[in-house]
Each structure stands twice: as structure tokens, then as C-alpha cells.
Design a protein around this ligand. Structure first.
Ligand code: IMP
Length: 429
């Protein structure tokens, strides 16, 4: 298997950044295939911290970085991010960055609508990142989006813009907002177009060439399977398909290109935003885990909700996404706990479930059934081989592996790249 697809197997924030960085350093191309600048990946390379939202992680090491058609692209956010990363000494050219010319754009009107809806929803809000992701995907499937390739045809864009704005004006009127200023929007697009068009191309063609040459491709997923618009905790999800299959459709390569599917799994559970979370801990144990794990969102700075490891959810994610092996991260955050718990099933209205039911109300009522295991007082931080781990931590990892019915390919024991225990190399296996 020459290629690797990395996906989050929980609600995002599983620690994909470090693993993706390690894999990106050995890949010939890194491809983002869904989501947008709602993602946040922190890379630490040679002591320098890079915060990426939209740019694929390969960009820092000069590897060909591709933004696929499955992504929704905010061109102004991209320009800011490129300027920031270039300011850190990274060169970004059309040699190392390619953007799909059929990628839909996120416009200021999408951000407006995201904010208006969330405010109007009050307590029922989804807790989005406010980046306009959902409204941009709606316009894509509604067949009225402005796409990257349209930026090369601004002189004939007016009818398209009229159609899009007519739709948004009606929605905005419902929120008591003025119509979209079309002339100003067209002017903004005119101004940003040359910057985006520099990188625009049919990326499926470029990737086909790369693949023919036998190169290793890393598909970099954002968010997590439980935020998938079909398979996640709907409606408290993002608006894209976050599962591994999207790597193919969101880049223009076939389903046989995804290779080894590496599911990133945190040794406990976190979530940002609203929605069901059966193993959530609202006590001092959760507080302690959140503090030790620095559980604050990279993009919005919001405090993450924290809970015990939920084997039911991860088993479901691994099955849905065809995970070949998992990378277990942040095991060191559990160091020093007297006992650790794993959720092995749910109780719902007198019945036992070994999966998360689809309805939001059922999900909210699921009561976790726990298995308790002894914790460990020794430190796992920085361990680089299985032999360095305390016996209780090994038992915990083995139990997780059994319950999720998927092998552990690697264990991460600190944010440092080398603090990793490798059982199976995704690029070789
Ligand atoms: P949206 O993607 O901004 O529409 O947000 C929808 C839901 O997905 C919210 O609960 C967000 O907190 C969550 N979300 C979006 N992107 C991420 C991410 O990169 N990590 C974790 N949660 C995310």
C-alpha cells in the first residue's frame, strides 16, 4: 500500500497534527479532501510551531500540497494563512501548492449566514466554528456555488451571482438583514482572483501523474467520523463527509487509492460544540483530564468537553471508515489516575446497545456501561517502546484494541515527533 489516509475516529482534535506531520515528512504529496478552515493542525518542526487551517501539512516541508475539490475554500482566509506561513520562512509557489479548480468558494455571505443561524438558534445552536462551512456546502449541493474556476470568468459571472444572491437575499430578509451588496462582492472576487488562480488546476490530473510515477500520497482528513454529515451525531455534525471514502471523491482519485486507513484515536474522548456525548465527565476528573491534555480548540480557543474512552463509538467509526489500524494518542494524559474507565455499551430505556443509535434524542439518553481498570502511577510520557510502558497502561491499550476490533498501529506518548511507539508502519504495511 503506497498511500495512507488519515482520519479522526472521534469528534476531531484527536491529535492528527503530530501523526500527519510524521507521515507528511515521508510522503511525496499531501492532499486535503474535505472540510475547510474549520480545521486546525498544529505542527512543531525543529522547535518552530506552525498553525495550519486550510493548507495541507506537507506545505511546511516543501512537499506537494493539494487542496482537493471536496474542500470548501475561503480565498481570503487562504491568503492570510499563506502570508503567515511565508512569514515563518516557508516558500509557497505553484510548484508546491495546487488547488482544485472545481473547489467551491466560501464567501462573506456564507460566514454571515452561519453566524445569523447560530445566534437565532440560541440554546439549540450547533456550536459551529463560524467559518461559513455549512452554508458553503449547501450552495455546492444546491448547484449555485461560485467555484475556483469561475474566478477566471468574472466577466460572465453576473447571472450566477444573481442566482446565488437571490437565494441568500431571501434568507437574509428572514433574519432582518439587508440584501447582499453584489457590486462589492464582485469587486472582492476580482481583487482575490489572481492570487487563487495562480494555484488553480484540475488536481485529479496532477494526482494521476503523481500516482503513475509511484509516489506516496498522504490524504489528510479533518474533523472526525462522529462529525460526518451522514454517520455522525446528526444534526450536531459538520457539513462534509469526514470518512475515509471521501479521500477518493474529494480529490478525484478512485476508491482504490486510499491505501492504509489510519484512524487517529485519543486515549479518552473530547468534543467541541453541542451534541450528545455519552461518556462526558462534568466533574473534577474531567476537569483534570482537560487541564492535563490542554483541551482547548486550535481554531476557536473554546474549552473542549472531556470524557472517558468510548469503545462503542470508536468501534463504530473504525467499521464505517474501514480503518486498517489506529494511532492511539495522548495516553500520557491518563498517567497518575487511580482508575480508568472504558465504555463498552449503552443502556437505553431498559435495553442494551452495542452501537450508537441514529436518533439524536436516543443518543442523548444513552447511558454508558463502564468497565473499570486499574490506572498507573508511572509516567508514559516520552515512551518509545512497548517495554517502556507500565503494565497497567499496556493492559489498557490491549483492552481498547480488543473492544474496537481494530489493531493499534502506533501509540503517541508526547507531542514530540519521536515520542512514538511504532507497531506497524502505515506506509510500509
Ligand atoms: P462547522 O464545521 O464549523 O460547521 O461546525 C460544526 C461542528 O463541527 C461543531 O460542533 C464544531 O465544533 C465541529 N468542528 C468543526 N471543525 C472541527 C475541528 O477541526 N475539530 C473539532 N471539531 C470541529
Amino acid at each position: 500500500m503506497a498511500n495512507v489516509t488519515v482520519i479522526g475516529a472521534q469528534w476531531g482534535d484527536e491529535g492528527k497534527g503530530k501523526i500527519v506531520d510524521w507521515l507528511a515528512s515521508r510522503a511525496d504529496a499531501v492532499v486535503r479532501f474535505q472540510g475547510g478552515h474549520n480545521a486546525g493542525h498544529t505542527l512543531v518542526i525543529d522547535g518552530k510551531t506552525y498553525k495550519l487551517s486550510l493548507l495541507p501539512s506537507g506545505i511546511v516541508s516543501g512537499t506537494l500540497s493539494v487542496i482537493g475539490n471536496g474542500v470548501v475554500l475561503d480565498p481570503w482566509a487562504l491568503r492570510d494563512e499563506v502570508a503567515k506561513v511565508e512569514g515563518q520562512g516557508v516558500s509557497i509557489t505553484d510548484e508546491n501548492l495546487a488547488i482544485a479548480d472545481n473547489c467551491p468558494l466560501i464567501l462573506p455571505l456564507h460566514r454571515d449566514l452561519d453566524g445569523l443561524r447560530e445566534t437565532a438558534a440560541g440554546k439549540g445552536k450547533i456550536g459551529t466554528t463560524g467559518r461559513g462551512i455549512g452554508p458553503a456546502y449547501e450552495d455546492k449541493v444546491g448547484r449555485r456555488a461560485i467555484r475556483v474556476c469561475d474566478l477566471a470568468h468574472l466577466d460572465t459571472l453576473e447571472p450566477q451571482l444573481d442566482r446565488l444572491c437571490a437565494h441568500h437575499d431571501a434568507l437574509r430578509a428572514g433574519f432582518g438583514q439587508p440584501p447582499v451588496d453584489r457590486a462589492a462582492l464582485l469587486e472582492e472576487l476580482r481583487e482575490i482572483a489572481p492570487f487563487v488562480l495562480k494555484f488553480a488546476q484540475p488536481v485529479w490530473k496532477r494526482l494521476k501523474k503523481v500516482r503513475r510515477a509511484g509516489a506516496k500520497i498522504l490524504f489528510e482528513g479533518a474533523q472526525g467520523v462522529l462529525l460526518d454529515v451522514d454517520h455522525g451525531t446528526y444534526p450536531f455534525v459538520t457539513s462534509s463527509n469526514t470518512v475515509s471514502g471521501t479521500a477518493a471523491s474529494g480529490s478525484g482519485l478512485g476508491p482504490n487509492s486510499t491505501g492504509f486507513v489510519l484512524g487517529i484515536v485519543k486515549a479518552y474522548t473530547t468534543r467541541v460544540g453541542s451534541g450528545p456525548f455519552p461518556t462526558e465527565l462534568e466533574d473534577e476528573i474531567g476537569q483534570g483530564l482537560g487541564e492535563r491534555g490542554h483541551e482547548f480548540g486550535t481554531v476557536t480557543g473554546r474549552k473542549r468537553r472531556v470524557g472517558w474512552f468510548d469503545a462503542v463509538l470508536v468501534r463504530q467509526s473504525c467499521a464505517i471508515s474501514g480503518v486498517t489500524g489506529i494511532a492511539l494518542t495522548k495516553i500520557d494524559v491518563l498517567d497518575g489516575m487511580e482508575k480508568v474507565k472504558i465504555c463498552t455499551g449503552y443502556r437505553l430505556r431498559g435495553k442494551v446497545y452495542d452501537y450508537l443509535p441514529s436518533h439524536a434524542a436516543d443518543q442523548a439518553e444513552c447511558e454508558p456501561i463502564y468497565e473499570e481498570m486499574p490506572g498507573w502511577s508511572e509516567s508514559t510520557a516520552g515512551a518509545r517502546s512497548y517495554a517502556d510502558l507500565p503494565a497497567a497502561a499496556i493492559k489498557y491499550i490491549q483492552r481498547i484494541q480488543e473492544l474496537i476490533e481494530c489493531p493499534v498501529a502506533l501509540v503517541s506518548t508526547s507531542p514530540e515527533r519521536d515520542d512514538t511507539i511504532l507497531m506497524r508502519d502505515p506506509f510500509v504495511d
